[in-house]
Design a protein around this ligand. Structure first.
Ligand SMILES: NC(=O)c1ccc[n+]([C@@H]2O[C@H](COP(=O)([O-])OP(=O)(O)OC[C@H]3O[C@@H](n4cnc5c(N)ncnc54)[C@H](OP(=O)(O)O)[C@@H]3O)[C@@H](O)[C@H]2O)c1
Length: 281
């Protein structure tokens, strides 16, 4: 029996396991959609209940894969989706959410994010998010790709303090948020969702990671994920369409990095010594 996945709690009081599942590039090819849904369902069976998607992914195709994955078991999943900045006006946000709900085959999205900052004032998007929350179409709302200055601006708009998460690029190769954003978010009790936690697969060939993985009889993906989830309030959302890799990512909970491992990782992937612009993929 494997250890349970550790959890973190959003400011709304809702608790989720810190290893979830990404869906970028799912739904792009009809031939693979059924396998992708199966892989997500396997993750749900293993307790990886948070599924991250977006209206942008495969032009809604990824949300349709998620619909297939959660069919008949909506209650097992915590669905995160995102509105494109080009849709994030007061009315546009509501319309985009309703279109996502249709594609997802559900009556509510658990957490709805602004994918990145665009031309619409934050106050408009937040007003729409709050209306969606009041009507029960979303459980909570958050943002993505917001740097510390963006967060300060958000906190200054009416109800901006209701933000539940900030989803940002965070992995061993991209540690910039450790300088400020991560600490600020932890202090405010706002979980960070680390996207591209395997740096889109690029980390998997790194020699130091291979070395540490061997010492733990683990895989490189597990070491890379374990490094991130040892931080309180960090959720990882690795994407894979392969059930055996879902199992592998889930088993990250068995890996406990030592101080020596962390020192090696700090040498191979130096932590930020100063403020760096937030990177985006
Ligand atoms: N908010 C944003 O702006 C933003 C931006 C980027 C991503 N995201 C979200 O974050 C999720 C994750 O990021 P990502 O998809 O960019 O990259 P990622 O999760 O870092 O890496 C995905 C790649 O790693 C492979 N992989 C996954 N688990 C593996 C394992 N155990 N062993 C070997 N290879 C493995 C996958 O291949 P296979 O599928 O072939 O297994 C895929 O090629 C996305 O899917 C999306 O939901 C959000």
């Amino acid at each position: 029996m494997q250890d349970a996945i550790p959890t973190t709690t959003f400011p709304t009081g809702k608790t989720v396991p810190v290893i979830g599942q990404g869906t970028w590039h799912m739904g792009e090819r009809k031939a693979s959609a059924a396998d992708e849904a199966k892989s997500l369902r396997h993750g749900l069976d293993l307790g990886m209940t948070l599924i991250d998607t977006a209206e942008m992914y495969a032009d809604g195709g990824a949300e349709r894969v998620v619909a297939e994955a959660v069919k008949g078991r909506r209650g097992d999943a915590f669905i995160v989706s995102k509105v494109l900045p080009s849709n994030a006006s007061r009315d546009g946000t509501v319309n985009a959410c309703e279109a996502s709900l249709k594609r997802l085959g559900t009556d509510h999205i658990d957490l709805y994010l602004l994918h990145w900052r665009g031309r619409y004032p934050l106050s408009e998007t937040v007003e729409a998010f709050e209306a969606l929350r009041q009507s029960g179409k979303i459980g909570a709302w958050g943002v993505s790709n917001f740097d510390p200055d963006d967060m300060e601006e958000l906190f200054a708009v009416p109800n901006g303090g209701n933000v539940a998460t900030n989803q940002v690029l965070y992995n061993l190769s991209r540690r910039g948020i450790e300088y400020d954003l991560l600490r600020d978010s932890q202090a405010r009790g706002i979980p960070i969702m680390a996207y591209s936690p395997l740096d889109e697969g690029r980390l998997l060939r790194h020699p130091e990671l291979i070395h540490i993985a061997k010492a733990h009889q683990a895989t490189v993906a597990q070491v890379a994920l374990a490094f991130l989830i040892r931080n309180p309030g960090v959720i990882v959302i690795p994407k894979t369409g392969m059930p055996e890799r879902v199992r592998e990512n889930r088993a990250t909970v068995e890996i406990h990095l030592t101080d020596d491992d962390l020192a090696i990782l700090d040498r191979a992937f130096p932590p930020p010594g100063r403020k760096t612009p937030l990177e985006m993929i």
